[in-house]
Design a binder for this molecule. Sequence first.
Ligand code: ADP
Length: 758
Amino acid sequence: MDIPQLMKVLSNEVNLQILSILKSGSFNPRELARILQRDETDISRRLRMLERLGLVEGKWVRVRKKNIRVYSLKVGEVKISFEPGEVIIKTSEDKSYEVPLLESKIPKVETFFGRETEIKTLLSSKKPVIVIYGIAGIGKTALAAKVFEDAFWYQMSEVDSFDYFVWQIGLFLNTLDYSLLLEYLRSGGREERDIFELILEGVENTKAKIVVDDVHKCSDEKILKLLSFLALRIRKGRLVLISRERLHLGASENILYFQLKGLSLKDAYTLLRAKGIYLDASDFVEVYSLTKGHPLALTLFAEAYKENQKIKTENFFNFLFSEVYQHLTPDEKLMVQIISLFDEPLEYDAIKAMYRKKNSFVVLYSLLNKGIVEKRGEVYFLHDLLKGFAREVREIDEREYYLRYLDYLLKKRTAKNFLTAFRYAVKLGDEEKIKSLVELRVRKFKRVVQDFPDAYMKILFQIKNNPYAKKELGHIYFQKGFFKKALKLWLEVKGDVDGIHKADVVSSLADVYMELNNFKEAEKYLKELESIAERSDDPEIKFWYYVELTKFYFFMEKLEDSLKSSFKELEIIREMEPYPELESLVLLHIGDIYTRIGKFEEGIKYYLQSLEIARAYNLTFMEHTSYMELTKGYYQLENYNKVVEYANRAVDYFLKVRNYRRAVDALSYRCVAHIGLRNLDSAESDAEEMIRIAQSTNYPLGWAGYIFLGAVKELNGEDGKEYFEIGKERLKEYTWLYDAVLEELGKVFDVSKITAKP
Ligand code: ADP
């Protein structure tokens, strides 16, 4: 084994993230990239490297005549032992090791002074929730990083959004072996209450430690609500909130409010000494009383003092910084100004891309040494206090740098970078850029609308009169089920957009009219889309056309036409850049159409193909939707053993991701199948589960559990009439459903046995 190479690979955070995710299953690079919100080619490259080192194992899986690479973890542990004259590295299958966490950017505290009392107080506190507050630059972050060095660190910013925050927590909990939240989010679950409870459960079960820094910057109501929710309930886990203001989380004996003041006289003295400053007692006392032990002020003082021993007292902070700033080299000044333009911390590569001179590394490190620029994880930033001053003395053209940053971000091809780039395009008010970014979203970042609707919406709202933004807002509303709102926006912008955007609007209009059961209007837009698609050679547009056409024919009960159109979809999508999620969806639709025609075996064939793709790419939600469809298909064929086999998987999964509607669907098929197979105990527990779900969600099909329970009782020789009656009563507003339930049950049980009873 190439030991130095192995060490290098293991010292990289992203590689460790990959290994940790692979612990929860096998993945294709694409889905892994989605989970980590990183570039797919980058992930593939890393996987190949990990494979060469024997840490992961890649297998070719053949799916629909294509070969797909799927990776899984090969070793669970790496052990390094130092022996005289050699270092031995052993790997084993034993699975227990910890990894640094995702997105967790624990600040590096290289030189940390004093704070003994504070550290003791924090370490000895038994309270699960700690709020550290105090003025800017007083050392809250540094202290928390020192005390909670093994926590998951989340740096809050002004532009943070709930969905992104939650996704990160989901990833984090996943690394602690709590996968439910991530599964829930990947399945498209978005219920606030579910998310709150899953996070709480995850934090409690894993005793997770989470630090959220700069909570005062957060303007997202939902995040704040979540934090208060957690603060009042966490007992076994740990939540540390850092803020400038004392947060109001409600009174609870579980919360420790801790106000941080300046460094003690002794610690301040040590800090200055470490920076190479020696003062006599009276000078030191003066500096201390001016700075009140404020560590950032002391650091600046030390820098300024090196250049100029006479320190003025008025407007101390401004003075200090301008004093330090004056003595920076022109290159250093330029870099400080560039960094100060950005709200978020920057990666070294981003700084390099904007700064564009050869000495970027040297300049950055000199600024780091002077304590002006700080480092957190792999990113660099100016303390907020300095950022303000740096902006005041700005000499550079911000537009130019924002454009450079935008270009840099777009090369990275991840949803997160896409969103950030979009934010800067909005800041620049650059309409052309906005338009091209929207196109990029439509083509390459389709999932942004599902995965990060809040984050995207926040950005779009800032330019809510821009037609392209309106169009995108329409997609978010549509996704959330607000069809009328979406319709209104799309109608408004129809005449104002061109190119692929026009096709997008027209196809969306056809779609939304179908959702609203207005087939006349839908047809009108479908015709318009047809003529656009005919004139265009853009496969994306052609694909949309056939998607809508398939749907339209399906609603019109023209099933053969619908089938033909869906095969066109399949043909086009296979020619485009691979998009497994869509391909698997199209296959499911084909299966559905066959089933509707009554060709169940054909239907099953396509469901199985869809399943194959979903499994190869670890698309968990699609995988289980396929199980659900297979359940229904085999049910039609009255192959109840197969029904039970597939429903088992569907039920477990949908219960797990709290999609109770689908869970009840699957349960009902399984329950009838169990009755058909005379597995009466299993049927009984399925019926009871259905009733439980109905009681908490009021989902009508759940009440059919009573009817099934009645049948089970009868088959057991008991009287089922009473249960049957309850079911009938609960379903009295849903007569069609009641009739359907009886019809299905009738296939495996003589219903008249109950209904005929007095
Ligand atoms: P806050 O989070 O309160 O705004 P920071 O923790 O970012 O403040 O501290 C401001 C600056 O002072 C940082 O550069 C930090 O590294 C430095 N600093 C804070 N506390 C100490 C300490 N105890 N010893 C040395 N440097 C410190």
